[in-house]
Design a protein around this ligand. Structure first.
Ligand SMILES: [Zn+2]
Length: 107
């Protein structure tokens, strides 16, 4: 097990987990519940963390996360399909999986 990344948003961590799972990389989330204690623990150590189960896959996992973070816009965006607010690094809606850049009715 090796720690890949942490984020104050469990949604982000879940998003990464799903993307890595799609690449066949198994990960585990730690501090999943600690981070939800509002206002009590402002330190990064209590943020949800994403750990790569197989350390041999760590480098690849890191690369994938890096690509997601650099390739995506950083501005929050609103899903055109379900109206959910998404963080900028999400390429697809965390709720309904609609791609960010989809053109509804634009075909
Ligand atoms: Zn959506």
């Amino acid at each position: 097990m090796k720690k890949l990344t942490s984020s104050e948003s469990l949604i982000t961590i879940n998003h990464y987990k799903n993307l890595l799972a799609a690449e066949g990389i198994r990960t585990e989330i730690r501090n999943e519940y600690l981070g939800s204690i509002m206002g009590e623990m402002p330190f990064a150590e209590t943020w949800p963390e994403l750990w790569v189960v197989n350390t041999l896959e760590f480098d690849r996992a890191e690369q994938i996360i890096e690509e997601i973070e650099t390739a995506s816009p950083s501005e929050p965006w609103k899903c055109l399909n379900c109206g959910e607010q998404n963080e900028g690094q999400f390429a697809v809606c965390w709720k309904c999986n609609t791609p960010h850049d989809i053109e509804i009715g634009g075909q």
